[in-house]
Design a protein around this ligand. Structure first.
Ligand SMILES: Cc1ncc(COP(=O)(O)O)c(C=O)c1O
Length: 400
C-alpha cells in the first residue's frame, strides 16, 4: 500500500558517483540552451529550469537517428506504435490499464493544460490548484480568461499534505476544474491513494473535472512508494479525469516537444485540436520517435538515473542541514530540491544565491517568497560546486 511517509534517507556515499553515464555531460553553452543562456557570460552555475545536463539514453538517440535517416519530416500525427508504447509503459510501471484509443499526442504538457482550461471551463470560471506550484499553473488560467484559485499545501513536520479544510473553503459555484500536479513540482510530494480518493470524492461532490499533470511520474525517488495515477483510482470522477504525461523530464527530451494526454471521453478528444484555437502545432516526428523508444526501451537507463538522483538528494540533505536557517523536506519524486530560506533572515534568497554564483529558481515564481528550487540533475562534481555556493550565499549574508 502506498502511503505519505517521507523517504528514509539514502546512505550517502563519500565518493563521487562513478556511473559513466552520468559522470560528465556535453557543454551546453552556445547551443541555445534556455538553462545555460540565462546567465551567459556570468560566473553563475544554472540549477534552475527542470532539464538535466545529461545526454539522453543511447536507445533514444538511436531511434532519433533512425527517424533522421528516413529523412521525411512531413506533418505527423500519432504513429501506430506511440499509443501502444505508452499503454504498455503505464501498465508495466504504474499498473494502470488504459485504452490506447484514448491517447492524444501533443507538443507539451503546458499546452495540454492550456487546452483543458478552454475545453472544460467557461470564461470567468475558477481553476483550483495546490500551491506552491509550477508557474504555468498560476499564469495559464488568466491567459484563457479564467481565474486561478490557489489552495496552499500544508507543511507538517515531515511531509507536505493537502489542507482539506482550506480546500473546502476555497471551492465555490464558479470552480469547475482542479489541476493536480502529481508528483508535485516543486515539493516532490507524491499524493497517496487516500489523497487521490479524497480528491475524486471532493470533485464529484462539487461538480469539478480533474486534470492530473503526471509528467514526473517516472521519477519517484522514494523506494518505499510508487506512483499511482489519479485516473487509476476506482471512482467515477477519476475515470473521467484527463491525465497529461511526457517522457521529457525522465529522459531529458523537453526540446523535442512531445507529450500525451489520456483523454477517456471521445467527444473531448474530438474537440481537442479545435480547443487549441489554431495555436498548437502537431508534434514533430523526432519527438514521437524519441517518446516511443523511451517508453519501450528506456527503463534500464531510467533506473540508473534514479540511483544517481537518490544519491544527489542525500547530498543536498547533508549540505542543507549544515546551513543555519535553511530547511527542506527531501522530495519523494523529481530532481528538485525545494528549500525554505526564510529562517536565514535573508530578504531575497534568490539574489543572495546569484551573488554567490548559483542560479536556482526563485520561489516567488511558484507563489512562495523566501524559497528557492534547486535542480540536482547534473554531474555529481557540479552539484558539489552548487552546494558549496549555496553555503557561501547564506554564510556571507548572515555575517553582515
Ligand atoms: C509539472 C510540470 N508540468 C509541465 C512541465 C513542462 O511540460 P512541457 O515541457 O511538456 O510543456 C513541467 C516542466 O518542468 C513540469 O514540471
Amino acid at each position: 500500500m502506498l502511503d505519505s511517509r517521507p523517504p528514509r534517507s539514502t546512505k550517502l556515499s563519500t565518493k563521487l558517483a562513478t556511473d559513466p553515464l552520468f559522470a560528465s555531460c556535453p557543454d551546453r553553452r552556445g547551443t541555445g540552451s534556455e538553462k545555460w543562456d540565462r546567465w551567459a557570460g556570468q560566473e553563475i552555475l544554472p540549477m534552475w529550469v527542470a532539464d538535466m545536463d545529461f545526454q539522453t539514453d543511447p536507445v533514444i538517440l538511436e531511434a532519433i537517428h533512425g527517424a533522421v535517416k528516413h529523412g521525411v519530416f512531413g506533418y505527423t500525427h500519432e504513429p501506430p506504435g506511440f499509443a501502444p508504447a505508452l499503454a504498455e509503459h503505464l501498465l508495466k510501471r504504474h499498473g494502470w490499464q488504459i485504452d490506447p484509443a484514448s491517447v492524444v499526442g501533443m507538443p507539451g504538457v503546458v499546452n495540454g493544460l492550456a487546452i483543458t482550461a478552454r475545453l472544460l471551463t467557461e470564461p470567468g470560471d475558477e481553476i483550483l490548484t495546490f500551491t506552491p506550484i509550477y508557474p504555468p499553473f498560476l499564469t495559464l488560467p488568466a491567459l484563457a480568461g479564467r481565474r486561478c484559485k490557489q489552495v496552499a499545501l500544508a507543511r507538517r513536520q515531515d511531509r507536505w499534505e493537502i489542507d482539506w479544510d482550506a480546500l473546502a473553503a476555497a471551492v465555490s459555484p464558479t470552480t469547475k476544474l482542479l489541476w493536480l500536479c502529481h508528483p508535485h513540482n516543486p515539493t516532490g510530494m507524491v499524493f497517496s491513494p487516500n489523497d487521490l480518493l479524497g480528491l475524486a470524492e471532493f470533485a464529484e461532490r462539487h461538480g469539478l473535472r480533474i486534470v492530473s499533470d503526471e509528467i514526473w511520474a517516472d521519477l519517484v525517488l522514494d523506494e518505499t512508494a510508487g506512483h499511482l495515477p489519479l485516473a487509476a483510482i476506482d471512482h467515477p470522477a477519476a475515470r473521467r479525469a484527463i491525465t497529461l504525461v511526457a517522457p521529457s523530464k525522465t529522459w531529458n527530451l523537453a526540446g523535442l516537444g512531445c507529450a500525451a494526454g489520456i483523454v477517456p471521453e471521445a467527444h473531448l478528444r474530438r474537440q481537442w485540436r479545435g480547443a487549441g484555437g489554431g495555436l498548437v502545432p502537431m508534434v514533430n516526428p523526432l519527438g514521437y520517435a524519441a517518446a516511443e523508444a523511451a517508453w519501450r526501451h528506456g527503463d534500464p537507463w531510467r533506473q540508473r538515473l534514479l540511483g544517481l538522483l537518490r544519491e544527489h538528494a542525500a547530498r543536498v540533505e547533508a549540505a542543507v542541514s549544515q546551513i543555519p536557517g535553511l530547511a527542506w523536506l527531501p522530495p519523494r519524486a523529481t530532481y528538485l530540491a525545494w528549500i525554505d530560506c526564510r529562517g536565514t533572515g535573508v530578504a531575497d534568497p534568490f539574489a543572495a544565491c546569484l551573488a554567490a554564483g548559483l542560479g536556482p529558481s526563485d520561489g516567488l515564481d511558484f507563489g512562495a517568497a523566501g524559497f528557492i528550487r534547486l535542480n540536482f540533475a547534473c554531474p555529481t562534481s557540479r552539484l558539489e560546486t552548487g552546494l558549496s555556493r549555496l553555503k557561501t550565499a547564506f554564510s556571507a549574508l548572515s555575517t553582515d
